[in-house]
Ligand binder design. Structure first.
Ligand SMILES: CC(C)(COP(=O)(O)OP(=O)(O)OC[C@H]1O[C@@H](n2cnc3c(N)ncnc32)[C@H](O)[C@@H]1OP(=O)(O)O)[C@@H](O)C(=O)NCCC(=O)NCCS
Length: 413
């Protein structure tokens, strides 16, 4: 989620303020949840052992879809169909995630949606819409894709749930729980009983709380649109100068990833991701799909040893612009989001610094990264600023004890 940079905190007692803010954020965990309290997810009262929460029984899965409010119907969406893709694009462009000050809204591009939602072995009925009204307009959306998750050394088949969205006109009418129940039913039918998802809000009950960090690239523009601020005690020009990036590569032999690199990248990535408590296992087809560069979608680079031709390091980020809702001067902020970085010969700091240089060359305004994997190590030295919001990670029907952010090896786009 796009977060505005913090301009600074109360200098008097920042620790106390932080603790208060944290308590405030966690308040929903102490409240009643008409929907979530009926689901196999952890809550504060329950004692759980790590693993599956409830055993699913295939024969007991409801065969018919859940009922929708009168006048609305389920719709399996074919993203290869230009018109349907456009409907999804417009729903998300106009109604998906905004920052807390309603200054920016994610603007997932069409090619991006196809990339994110049409991986190998996708199920056609896991891209699910709700249509209704005179024009049979799209009012609701939710998606799943099949993934293999490595949790503390165990491999578990899961569904990655994403893009839950309800049109502003249909909000607060309990459509979201129906969308969640219907996609869950459709995954159960395929004998899938676990899911992973993230949200910008607290629901019962996250296993980790991550924070976005932002590295300005086009500082002047970010100040103009109100995405970033100048820290107290520094002039605007000094701030812009401090954040300027070199034009030249700092790593030798870095180049765009190509199809011939898939095998090596798959092995490198898999070896690295095993270091985390949770990570996806990408097979070769998935690496080809998710990691191979696509214009305006995903940008991937490898470092190749010129003598051995071995790939030693991997850099990737994805493109997710946001519409500026309140700026008269700028329509969009072009953001690159850190995807997977694999440091081996080079340090994570060298890779991230190289990523910033490449992202600048690719015309991005800002580079965003969560404090997951090894990312936290670089934020201070590379002048990332902490965002003012969080991203919470959840598992459905699987309990794990809380995981520290640096043990999370998963990026959900
Ligand atoms: C998120 C969204 C679909 C929820 O719909 P809504 O109309 O606000 O809420 P509804 O009345 O339909 O349903 C409320 C229930 O959904 C749950 N809910 C709300 N947002 C949720 C989310 N992001 N993930 C899972 N459940 C969510 C609520 O906790 C509540 O359940 P509870 O009573 O058990 O607590 C809607 O607000 C929206 O489209 N927002 C913009 C896009 C967005 O933020 N999407 C989520 C990205 S993670």
């Amino acid at each position: 989620m796009v977060k505005k940079m913090q301009a600074g905190m109360d200098p008097k007692d920042p620790k106390a303020k932080e603790a208060m803010e944290h308590m405030q954020k966690m308040k929903p965990l102490y409240e009643k949840h008409d929907f979530w309290d009926t689901q196999p997810v952890p809550n504060l009262s329950g004692a759980f052992t790590e693993g599956e929460i409830e055993k699913g029984v295939l024969e007991e899965v409801k065969q018919e879809s859940y009922s929708l409010p009168p006048g609305f119907e389920w719709y399996d969406i074919d993203l290869e169909d230009e018109e349907q893709l456009n409907d999804v694009y417009e729903l998300l462009r106009d109604h998906y995630v905004e920052d807390s000050d309603h200054m920016f809204r994610f603007d997932y591009q069409k090619e991006f949606l196809k990339w994110a939602l049409l991986p190998p072995k996708q199920n056609s009925d896991w891209i699910l819409g709700v249509r209704g009204g005179k024009k049979n307009k799209l009012f609701g959306f939710i998606t799943g894709i099949p993934v293999k998750l490595r949790i503390k050394g165990k491999m578990v088949k899961m569904v990655e749930i994403n893009f839950l969205c309800v049109h502003a006109k249909l909000r607060d009418m309990r459509v979201a729980p129906v969308l969640i129940k219907e996609i869950t039913r459709r995954t159960h039918i395929k004998d899938m009983w676990q899911a992973i998802y993230t949200a910008g809000k607290v629901l019962p009950k996250p296993f980790t709380e991550c924070t976005y960090y932002h590295r300005n690239i086009n500082t002047k523009k970010l100040l103009e649109v109100g995405f970033a601020g100048v820290p107290p005690g520094r002039s605007k020009s000094a701030h812009i100068k401090l954040l300027s990036l070199p034009k030249n590569d700092i790593i030798e032999n870095v180049r765009q990833m190509e199809r011939r690199d898939v095998k090596q990248v798959q092995a490198l990535l898999d070896e690295y991701l095993k270091n985390f408590s949770l990570s996806f296992h990408f097979n070769k087809e998935e690496v080809l799909h998710f990691m191979l560069p696509r214009d305006n979608v995903v940008y991937s680079y490898v470092v190749e040893d010129p003598d051995t031709k071995r790939i030693t390091d991997f850099i990737s980020y994805y493109s997710l612009p946001s519409t500026c809702l309140k700026s008269e001067k700028h329509k969009a902020v072009y953001a690159a989001f850190s995807y997977y970085m694999v440091p081996k010969k080079h340090t994570i700091k060298e890779l991230m610094r190289q990523a910033l240089i490449l992202a600048k060359r690719d015309k991005f305004d800002v580079f965003n990264a969560l404090d997951i994997m090894d990312n936290k190590e670089v934020f201070e030295d590379l002048h990332f600023g902490q965002g003012n919001g969080n991203l919470y990670y959840y598992l459905y029907n699987w309990y794990i004890n809380d995981v520290s952010t640096d043990k999370v090896g998963i990026v959900l786009v």
